[in-house]
Design a protein around this ligand. Structure first.
Ligand code: WTA
Length: 631
C-alpha cells in the first residue's frame, strides 16, 4: 500500500504537484496497480464535446486489483464483514480468498447464462454479501452493472432496466429491512412484465418468502452455483471501457444513467479512500450507505477493496431494533472508521443519548459524513457524543457524477471546520463562478461550484444520451463542469457547500443558502429538522418558507416561531428570517433521504394540485398532512 498524506505541508505539496503536473501526478498513482498493458497517454480531454479519456491504451481488470493482487499478502484477511438485519443472526466474514473464489464462481454463472463483455446487468438486491459479489462478478467478465436501490418501485426498476436494455436481472426472493420484508422478487415480476430485454432472472434465496418462478427465465442462484467452478480468468478491459451505470435523478422526471469508466475510477476511489479516511492497515471500516447509491459503490465496494481494507456491510436500518443499533455494531466490531449521512445523525440525535451511552465507542478514530450539508448542531453532536471529541470528522462533498470524494478534509491531517467540506483533494480544481460564468477569484466569496479540470473518476456520459450529459453539466458555464451546487469560500480558501443552486434563494437581492437558514433553526433545542424553500413575495421577490419538525409539540406556536426567527437573525441575519413557519411531523423524502424540495416549494406557493411525480417518495402520506396544514 502506498503511504498516505500525513501532514498539512505534505498535502500542500501533493496538491501543488497535482495542479502543476497532473499527468505525472496521476501516472505515479496508476503505477501502484496491476495492468495487463501499460497506457499510451495519461489524459486527453475536451469539455466542449465533452470527451474525457484517462490512461488510454491501458488494459486491466478492476477485480484483479480488488482481489487477485491481494491474495498473496492478505488472502486470509477479512475483506467483507457482513452484519445481518436481525441482531441475533450470525454475521458473515468473507476473507479475500473466499471473496475471490465466490466472485469467480458467480462470474461463471453469469457466463453460463449468456452474459458477455459490454452487456448491461441489473442488480436489485438486499444488502447481503452476494450483492457485492454480483457487482464484482459483472466487472470480472466486463459486463456493465446497473445497481438499482432495493427501495425503488417496480416502475422505477423497469424504467431503469429498459433505459439500459439489460439482459439479466439479479434479485432475491426478498430483503430484510428492519421489521419488514421487501418482496424483491414480486416487485421484479411486476417490473419484468414490461422489460422485453430481460432474458434471465437470477434469484438469490434470502428471506425464504413464497415467490413464483417463471420457467426458462427465472433461475436460482444456489442451483446455478452448483454447476460452476471457481476458475474464472479476468476479461481484459480497456482503461476507458465502461464499468457501471448508476441512475440519479435530474431536473426532469427521467433518471440519468451516469456512466463511469474503469481505470480512472479505480485509481481515484482507492486514492481518495485511503487519504480522506486515513485508512491504515488493519483498520475496521464501516460505511452505512447502501450499495444502491454511489457511496456504496465507491466506499463500500471498490475503494476499500482496492486498498486491501476490511469493509463492513450492514443489511439493516439504524432504528432497528432500536436507535442504538449503529452504536452497538460499532462496539461489537470495534469499528475504527465510521461513515454515514447527516440525516441519520439527526434522526439518532433526536432519539436521545439513552441509545448512545450504553455503548463503548472508544474504537472509533475517524468519523465521516456525506450526501448533504451537515448543520452545525448535528456536527457538534456527532463530534461530542459519538467521537468523544477525539475523532476528526470528514465532511465529504461529492456526487454520483464525480465518482469519488472531491472536497473534504483529510482526517486529522488537514484542518476541519464545522459545516465546511474544506479543501479539494489533490487533482481536484474547483472554482466559483457568477451567473454569467465569470470565475470569482479570491477568498470570502460565494458562487456556483464548478470544476475547471478533469479528474480520473469523473462520469464519461449519460448512458444513451450524450447530449443530455453535455447540456446538464458542460453547457451552463463554458469549459467547466457545473456541479449544480452553490458554495462559499472562506478567508482561508475553505469551501462550504450551501446547497443545490436550485435551492438558493434570492431574498431582497441577497443570496441565501437554504442550508444556512436550516442550520440556524436547527440550533433550537426543540427543533429536530427543517426545510426551507422560497415562495413568491410581492416586495422581496422571494419570501422564506420554513417547514419545521419539532421534538415536542410546541405549547405556544407563536412564541416558538419567534425564538426560531431570533436564531436566524443571530446566525444569518434578519434578512433570512422566515416569513412563514409551518410545523409538520415529517418531510417528503426520497428513499435515499433527500428532501423533495420541489413538492415543498409547490405547497409554499399555494399550489397543492400540481405536485408532479411523487412516486419516489418514502412516505407519500406526509404530503397530505403538509398540504392540509399549509399556511
Ligand atoms: C449533496 C452523494 C454538502 C450535493 C455522494 C451534491 C453534499 C449531491 C455533500 C450529490 C456534503 C453531497 N456537503 N452537500 N458533504 N455531499 N452533497 O449524487 O448537493 O447522491 O451535489 O452523491 O449531494 O448527491 P449524490
Amino acid at each position: 500500500m502506498e503511504r498516505n498524506i500525513s501532514n498539512f505541508d505534505e498535502y500542500k505539496k501533493e496538491y501543488a504537484k497535482s495542479i502543476s503536473n497532473p499527468e505525472q501526478f496521476w501516472e505515479e498513482k496508476a503505477a501502484n496497480f496491476t495492468w495487463k498493458k501499460k497506457w499510451d497517454k495519461v489524459l486527453s480531454w475536451d469539455f466542449t464535446k465533452p470527451e474525457i479519456k484517462w490512461f488510454e491504451g491501458g488494459e486491466l481488470n478492476i477485480t484483479e486489483n480488488c482481489l487477485d493482487r491481494h491474495l498473496e499478502k492478505r488472502g486470509e484477511q477479512t475483506a467483507i464483514k457482513w452484519i445481518a438485519n436481525k441482531p441475533n443472526e450470525q454475521s458473515r466474514n468473507l476473507s479475500y480468498k473466499e471473496l475471490h473464489s465466490e466472485v469467480c464462481e458467480f462470474a461463471n454463472v453469469l457466463k453460463n447464462n449468456g452474459a458477455k463483455k459490454g452487456d448491461r446487468i441489473c442488480l436489485y438486491m438486499p444488502m447481503v454479501p452476494e450483492l457485492a459479489i454480483a457487482v464484482l462478478a459483472c466487472a470480472r467478465i466486463g459486463a456493465i452493472h446497473s445497481v438499482v436501490f432495493a427501495g425503488f418501485s417496480a416502475k422505477s426498476l423497469s424504467d431503469r432496466i429498459n433505459d439500459a436494455t439489460c439482459n439479466i436481472l439479479i434479485t432475491a426472493d426478498g430483503g430484510f429491512r428492519g421489521a419488514k420484508i421487501t418482496p424483491l422478487k414480486d416487485i421484479s415480476d411486476e417490473a419484468m412484465k414490461s422489460t422485453p430485454s430481460i432474458e434471465k432472472c437470477i434469484v438469490l434465496e434470502r428471506t425464504k418468502s413464497r415467490i413464483s418462478m417463471q420457467s426458462g427465465r427465472d433461475i436460482w442462484w444456489k442451483e446455478e452455483i452448483k454447476k460452476v467452478n471457481a476458475d474464472c480468468p479476468i476479461e481484459i478491459m480497456d482503461a476507458e471501457d465502461p464499468l457501471f451505470i448508476l441512475y440519479t435523478s435530474g431536473s426532469t422526471g427521467k433518471p440519468k444513467g451516469i456512466q463511469h469508466s474503469t481505470a480512472g475510477y479505480m485509481i481515484y476511489t482507492e486514492y481518495s479512500f485511503r487519504n480522506v479516511f486515513q485508512y491504515n492497515e488493519g483498520d475496521i471500516y464501516w460505511c452505512t450507505a447502501d450499495i444502491g447509491w454511489i457511496t456504496g459503490h465507491s466506499y463500500i465496494v471498490y475503494g476499500p477493496l482496492l486498498a486491501g481494507a476490511t469493509t463492513m456491510m450492514f443489511e439493516g436500518v439504524p432504528s432497528y431494533p432500536n436507535a442504538g443499533r449503529f452504536w452497538k455494531i460499532v462496539e461489537e466490531n470495534k469499528v475504527n472508521i465510521f461513515y454515514t449521512a447527516p440525516t441519520a445523525i439527526r434522526a439518532l440525535e433526536a432519539k436521545g443519548l439513552d441509545f448512545v451511552k450504553p455503548y463503548d465507542l472508544s474504537s472509533l478514530k475517524v468519523l465521516g459524513t456525506v450526501g448533504e450539508p451537515i448543520n452545525e448542531d448535528a456536527w457538534h453532536w456527532y463530534d461530542k457524543e459519538i467521537g468523544n471529541g477525539n475523532c476528526p470528522i470528514v465532511d465529504t462533498w461529492w456526487q454520483t457524477e464525480t465518482g469519488g470524494i472531491m472536497i473534504s478534509n483529510l482526517a486529522g491531517v488537514t484542518p476541519s471546520k464545522p459545516t465546511f467540506a474544506t479543501l479539494p483533494l489533490p487533482g481536484i480544481q474547483p472554482c466559483l463562478v457568477d451567473e454569467k460564468g465569470e470565475e470569482i477569484k479570491g477568498n470570502s466569496v460565494e458562487g456556483r461550484l464548478c470544476m475547471k479540470f478533469p479528474w480520473p473518476s469523473m462520469a464519461r456520459t449519460i448512458y444513451g444520451d450524450h447530449k443530455r450529459f453535455k447540456e446538464t453539466y458542460f453547457s451552463t458555464f463554458k469549459n467547466k463542469y457545473f456541479t449544480g451546487d452553490g458554495a462559499l469560500r472562506d478567508e482561508n480558501g475553505m469551501y462550504r457547500i450551501t446547497g443545490r443552486v436550485d435551492d438558493v434563494l434570492i431574498v431582497s437581492g441577497h443570496n441565501l443558502g437554504t442550508a444556512e437558514i436550516e442550520s440556524a433553526m436547527d440550533e433550537h433545542e426543540n427543533v429536530c429538522e427543517t426545510a426551507i424553500v422560497g415562495f413568491p413575495h410581492p416586495i422581496k421577490g422571494n419570501g422564506v418558507y420554513a417547514y419545521v419538525i419539532c421534538h415536542n409539540t410546541p405549547k405556544n406556536e407563536d412564541a416558538l416561531k419567534k425564538e426560531i426567527n431570533d436564531l436566524v437573525t443571530k446566525n444569518v441575519g434578519p434578512i433570512a428570517k422566515a416569513d412563514k413557519i409551518q410545523f409538520v411531523s415529517g418531510l417528503p423524502k426520497t428513499r435515499s433521504g433527500k428532501i423533495m424540495r420541489r413538492i415543498l416549494r409547490k405547497i409554499a406557493e399555494g399550489d397543492t394540485q400540481n405536485l408532479g411525480d411523487t412516486s419516489t417518495l418514502l412516505d407519500p402520506a406526509v404530503v397530505e398532512e403538509i398540504k392540509s396544514s399549509a399556511q
